[in-house]
Design a protein around this ligand. Structure first.
Ligand code: PMT
Length: 407
């Protein structure tokens, strides 16, 4: 019992609360001890009795309960566990977490805890897409909160879209994965590239691509959570810097290469950035005039391109500073796996993570990704997962790799 990992499960008020019952069963089956806090609105969907019966433990409900506080105060409750999980995490509780409110037992425990926190959002698609929810999630992720899901699909309200709580089995797997990788990369240095590069045409225009940086930033967060000293070299994105990660903000491919090289030596390299293959050979020093230099026309300018340095290929070159493990991503629109296999060979990286970026896949800029992990052993086809989950699983795979290599 003493070495069982303890999860404090906070069940908030959403229709997905019924799935939390199943989550408890999955967690117990994986050997976790589960203690629950049920919010007032959560109790509209599931009963304390069901949670107590399944978890085999008392269910905590009241902030100002004489018996609860005398047995175990909210501070101790939040700290006597190894992980706090909020499932379902409603838009309301996410907003309260972001604001630091503590007006009930659940939010007080979340504010008081010194343990890692995971949230599994569940809400209507419009609430999920609302700028306020997205902003709250962004800030929470920046503070180190781990986000699982949500998934896309039909919803209880009859709509279709993002907002379904990730299935309990997958949440339990993510929690297992979290503990699997937790602190396993302490002592390792990791370098991650993320986002697009902007290649200047003149002082106001540039060539770029659709990368949002979500996948790369999630990787940096997951590696840092596993204890690696993590450096993120990021092109221009709308994302906040991940907590506990050293960030170099760059614009062009040449700047990205310089920042990567200045970060060496590292043990792990993950190149998730969408680096422009070409730059403008001679960017104009002044804004190019639409109607020509003297306003008398001249037509559209002809842009001469030059090849950019290949950062992944450079970092994969065998020399004294080569990282032990170099991982590339391959963004493809056809023959995804085949092209990625060829790319891995051409660039000399150890693993390559292939993803389809065709229009309609939502890979660029979206929250989910379907990847194929390719190494010497072959091709692993992963199911469609949230980008955070892709990052967590890849981190776990990296930790396993080092364990084997160092055995
Ligand atoms: O940022 P998101 O919106 O979350 O989207 C994620 C993603 C689609 C950008 C990400 O999952 C991804 O696939 N990143 C790699 C994008 C890419 O540039 O792929 P590529 O097939 O063109 O390049 C192959 C590899 O070489 C990549 O690791 C890339 O970082 C690297 N490369 C490419 C060109 C270059 N000049 N230097 C490089 O290092």
């Amino acid at each position: 019992m003493a070495d069982r990992k303890r999860v404090l499960l906070i069940v908030a008020g959403g229709i997905a609360a019924y799935k939390s019952l199943e989550l408890i069963r999955f967690l117990l089956a994986r050997g976790f001890a589960v203690r629950c806090i049920l919010t007032t609105s959560g109790a509209e969907f599931v009963t304390p009795l069901s949670l107590a019966a399944l978890s085999g433990d008392k269910v905590y409900r009241e902030l100002f309960s004489l018996t609860d506080e005398s047995e175990m105060g909210h501070i101790e409750l939040s700290r006597s566990v190894d992980l706090v999980v909020v499932a379902p995490a409603t838009a309301d509780i996410l907003a309260k977490m972001r604001a630091g409110l503590a007006d009930d037992l659940a939010t007080a425990a979340l504010l008081a805890t010194d343990k890692p926190v995971m949230v599994a959002p569940a809400m209507n698609v419009r609430m999920w897409e609302h700028a306020a929810t997205q902003d709250n999630l962004r800030v929470l992720a920046e503070r180190g909160v781990h986000v699982i899901g949500p998934d896309e699909g039909p919803m209880a309200c009859g709509e279709f879209g993002m907002g379904r709580m990730t299935e309990p089995g997958a949440i339990a797997e993510a929690i297992d994965g979290f503990f699997g990788a937790y602190r396993r990369l302490v002592g390792k240095r990791a370098l991650v590239t993320s986002g697009p590069t902007f290649e200047a045409i003149d002082p106001v225009r540039y060539l770029a691509n659709h990368s949002s940086g979500k996948q790369g930033h999630a990787l940096a967060r997951a590696l840092a959570a596993a204890g690696a000293e993590t450096i993120l070299v990021s092109g221009p994105t709308q994302l906040a810097n991940p907590a506990g990660v050293m960030v170099h903000n760059i614009r062009s491919a040449e700047e990205m290469l310089a920042a990567c090289q200045s970060s060496l030596p590292v043990d792990i390299v993950v190149c998730a950035a969408a680096v422009a293959d070409w730059r403008i050979k001679n960017p104009a020093a002044q804004k190019i005039k639409k109607h020509g230099p003297n306003g008398k026309g001249g037509g559209a300018p002809v842009l001469e391109l030059a090849e950019n340095p290949d950062i992944l290929a450079t970092l994969s070159k065998s020399n004294a500073q080569r990282a032990h493990l170099v991982i590339g991503f391959a963004a493809e629109t056809e023959s995804v796996v085949q092209h990625a296999i060829e790319k891995r060979r051409a660039k000399g990286c150890d693993w390559i993570v292939a993803n389809d970026v065709s229009p309609g896949t939502g890979t660029f800029g979206g929250d989910a990704n379907t990847v194929h992990v390719i190494d010497d052993a072959g091709v692993e086809n992963w199911p469609r997962l949230g980008k955070e989950e892709v990052a967590r699983r890849l981190t776990l795979r990296i930790a396993d790799h080092f364990k084997k290599a160092e055995a």
